[in-house]
Design a protein around this ligand. Sequence first.
Ligand code: FES
Length: 83
Amino acid sequence: MFVCSCFGITEQQVKQHAENGACTPRQIASACKAGTDCGGCVRRIQALLGRGACPRREQIAQRPPVLVPAAAEAPVRRLGDAA
Ligand code: FES
């Protein structure tokens, strides 16, 4: 079934691009131009990506959060301090 009628892109093609690493509508557009003309298909592409078409998205969601040290814990260096 066609997802993007402007460029003749099918649901299967979008899923294939997602399997190859395109996890956002913008990345799908870069891969096959879908969504770059009238834009009427962007919501359908978002829905496909949200339904698990992109395996990398789940891998990213399962990663532990990146902890960044608070600014108060970072050493303060001033101009003129020895390196
Ligand atoms: S239907 Fe996809 S850009 Fe128009």
